[in-house]
Design a protein around this ligand. Structure first.
Ligand code: NDP
Length: 433
């Protein structure tokens, strides 16, 4: 904490991982001798840069850009870019730290990194977003590359932003280097299923967790926070598997639609016009809109936080316990506060952490890198099948590792220990660097 003052989210993410590692360090003293934990908590490199750009009125605007290249023991740094006014070093480091273990869990050769900016895309024109992205990439391009560091999207960075970023990279470097970014458009090196992958993967994980307990999604009542990329495609897959999704949200409020979320309408509002969930309630008679408030007041069998960090606190967790929610699976990164996670576990709710549950996004990014490297492009069905197998294997690894270390059924311990040991072994093998 003294070494990294004021980085609350980073401290939280580190503490959450370290709490699981006692049994591992007892069993593997070589990790302690090699100072693996101190080395893991120190990013290999962190870059902070100025991003000046001009708005539509001709005024000069200034933002701050970040890229934290956390750990490349397993492969090139890999992790998204977040554009949101709340972004500062502590957020980027928490996300980059989590990404190390998440990427290890996928079993694919990718290291951990994350980046972004405090730029707020809300209310900005396409031309402003383009100029911002071009300025951002004008600095970032020096630090990335298909064998070095491969950014992707996150909050506020979707297909439009990746397009502008890739265009500027190509222009500056004079290289059509497909493998330098993932989440690209399908006609210029993107992968089928990348858009859907985090949301679909989240639901595949839930399906595995339920199957391990002799249950399935058919007829289950689902509440999903957020209404962005992850939330929309989690809704799509949950509905396809027979679940009844009744609520979603944005940062202003939430909607409840007992008739079931009309996904086409939601997509039209969110993707088409970058609108609000309140617009959905205006256009659909069966929906009610609640401004502010907590979406976790809505009873559910399955709760999927898919918006942002620390959105589910202890009070919300107590409501989920009271409603006898079966499972909370984190589509977002660290959406559940540490207190809330304890309340859920004490209340008998299955709790599955983001680094396992939402790993389908980065796994499909790694599949995109594979296709780019071999100049190939796979069908939707084939790619989705790969994603489903990867999620099943992550689920299995978490359970087996939790068993091995004496905490059966504990997905948090399983995910942290399985991810950590893989990275730690690679670091040991590669010496003190
Ligand atoms: P989007 O930008 O597409 O959507 C984010 C959603 O979360 C929006 O509905 C937004 O509402 C809401 N939100 C954002 N910030 C806040 C806030 N401070 N309070 C309340 N609601 C908020 O992002 P994604 O769907 O891509 O990402 C969602 C989560 O999933 C993040 O935690 C991200 O790190 C994680 N994730 C994403 C992956 C991906 O592939 N995209 C991969 C793995 C994890 P509003 O519009 O009002 O801001």
């Amino acid at each position: 904490i003294q070494r990294n003052p004021g980085e609350a989210e980073f401290h939280q993410a580190v503490r959450e991982v370290l709490e699981s590692l006692g049994p591992v360090l007892a069993k593997r003293p070589e990790y302690v001798d090699a100072e693996i934990i101190r080395r893991l908590c120190e990013p290999e490199r962190q870059i902070i840069f100025r991003v000046p750009w001009t708005d539509d009125a001709g005024r000069v605007q200034l933002n701050r850009g970040f890229r934290v290249e956390f750990n490349s023991a397993l492969g090139p740094y890999k992790g998204g870019l977040r554009f949101h006014p709340s972004v500062y070093l502590g957020i980027v480091k928490f996300l980059g730290f989590e990404q190390i273990f998440k990427n290890a869990l996928t079993g694919m050769p990718i290291g951990g990194g994350k980046g972004g900016s405090d730029f707020d895309p809300k209310g900005r024109s396409d031309a402003e977003v383009m100029r911002f992205c071009q300025s951002f990439m004008t600095e970032l391009h020096r630090h990335i590359g298909e064998h070095t560091d491969v950014p992707a999207g996150d909050i506020g960075v979707g297909g439009r932003e990746i397009g502008y970023l890739f265009g500027q990279y190509r222009r500056i470097t004079n290289r059509h280097e497909s493998g330098v970014l993932t989440g690209k458009g399908l006609t210029w090196g993107g992968s089928q299923v990348r858009t859907e992958s985090t949301g679909y993967g989240t639901v595949f994980f839930v399906k595995e967790a339920l199957a391990a307990r002799g249950q399935d999604l058919e007829g289950k009542r689902v509440v999903i926070s957020g209404s962005g990329n992850v939330a929309i495609y989690a809704t799509e897959k949950a509905q396809a598997l027979g679940a009844h999704v009744v609520a979603c949200s944005d940062s202003a409020g939430y909607i409840v639609d007992e008739a079931g979320i009309d996904l086409e309408l939601l997509k039209e509002i969110k993707n088409g016009h970058r609108g609000r969930v309140s617009d959905y309630a205006d256009r659909r008679g069966s929906a009610i809109y609640v401004a502010g408030g907590s979406i976790w007041d809505v009873p559910s069998d399955i709760a999927l936080p898919c918006a942002t960090q620390n959105e589910l606190d202890a009070d919300a967790a107590a409501k989920l316990v009271a409603h006898r929610t079966l499972i909370v699976a984190e589509g977002a990164n660290m959406p559940t506060t540490p207190d809330a996670a304890r309340v859920l576990r004490d209340g008998g709710v299955i709790f599955a952490p983001g680094k396992a549950v939402n790993a389908g996004g980065v796994a499909t990014s790694a599949l995109e890198m594979q296709q780019n490297a071999s100049r190939d492009s796979w069908s939707f069905e084939h790619t989705e099948q790969r994603l489903s197998e990867i999620m099943s294997s992550i689920h299995q690894r978490c359970l087996e590792t939790a068993d091995e270390y004496g905490t059966p059924g504990d997905y948090v311990a399983g995910a942290n220990i399985a991810g950590f040991t893989q990275v730690a072994d690679a670091m040991l093998a590669q010496g003190v660097i």
